[in-house]
Design a protein around this ligand. Structure first.
Ligand code: ATP
Length: 231
């Protein structure tokens, strides 16, 4: 469904992503893991159209969308849950969800369905986002992407700053999204969560792939070596 071919992306003189390739199928999760600064967010932002790549391409269903603006990619079904959630703090939960309807593709997701997924959010729908806990805010950020009816959901560090129990709860949702045929590309520093849900894992180090394959094909020592660049 989504294919990234030899994508490179720079921040000024710094090459953050070096000729990265990956492909993602419907109903599957692909995990990109790596330490701080490995290039994970830059990769996701390039796929979402928020960071222009220096070379390489992004294809959706075989069609080259590398030069398309981000809002058009949303309408095509590529939606990002950004690192740090980036909610509108003074807007209510429901208003934040409705922001996600702008440019949304047609499909089954609307705020009511998000509340079925996160029942506690329904009770809080009239509260400003700033009054929510970190985990609740992350749920709103996921909901805001879902109401755009993504075919490809890009998740940037779901676990960041959240308690392990909350992280587990958020990750338990992912199989339910995959069952609907959604494809999920997730980037994580929390390797164990990511490996549990993903059918493929790709490790980045300084913008380059150091390991790629099925999670069960690697030992923890191999993952660790790829993650930290050990020999
Ligand atoms: P993190 O988990 O810290 O977000 P990451 O794997 O997502 O790390 P990126 O945020 O993509 O990595 O950063 C990759 C490289 O690009 C790093 O060396 C980082 O310092 C650099 N970088 C990221 N954003 C910028 C920016 N806006 N300006 C300059 N350099 C940047």
């Amino acid at each position: 469904m989504l294919e990234v071919r030899r994508l490179s992306a720079d921040h000024g003189q710094l090459r953050a992503v070096h000729e990265l390739s990956l492909s993602l199928e419907a109903g599957r999760a692909h995990a990109v893991i790596g330490a701080n600064g490995a290039g994970k967010s830059t990769l996701l932002r390039a796929i979402a159209g928020l960071h222009p790549p220096s070379s390489g391409s992004v294809l959706l269903d075989g069609e080259d969308i590398t030069r398309e603006p981000p809002e058009l990619r949303v309408t095509r079904g590529i939606c990002l849950v950004p690192e740090g959630r980036r909610l509108f703090a003074s807007l209510t939960v429901e208003e934040n969800l409705l922001v996600g309807r702008h440019r949304a593709a047609k499909g089954p997701w609307e705020p009511g369905r998000v509340y079925e997924l996160f029942p506690w959010l329904r009770e809080r729908r009239r509260q400003p986002a700033s009054q929510l806990s970190g985990g609740e805010q992350q749920a709103v950020a996921i909901g805001r992407a879902l109401v755009a009816n993504p075919r490809v959901l890009l998740l940037d560090e779901l676990s960041l700053g959240l308690a392990p129990k909350i992280v587990r709860q958020l990750y338990e949702l992912l199989p339910r999204l995959l069952e609907t045929g959604m494809a999920v590309l997730l980037v994580e520093q929390d390797v164990s969560q990511a490996m549990r849900v993903a059918s493929r894992v790709q490790c980045l180090l300084e913008g380059r792939t150091t390991l790629e394959g099925r999670p069960r094909d690697f030992t923890p020592a191999q993952i660790e070596a790829a993650y930290f660049g050990l020999r």
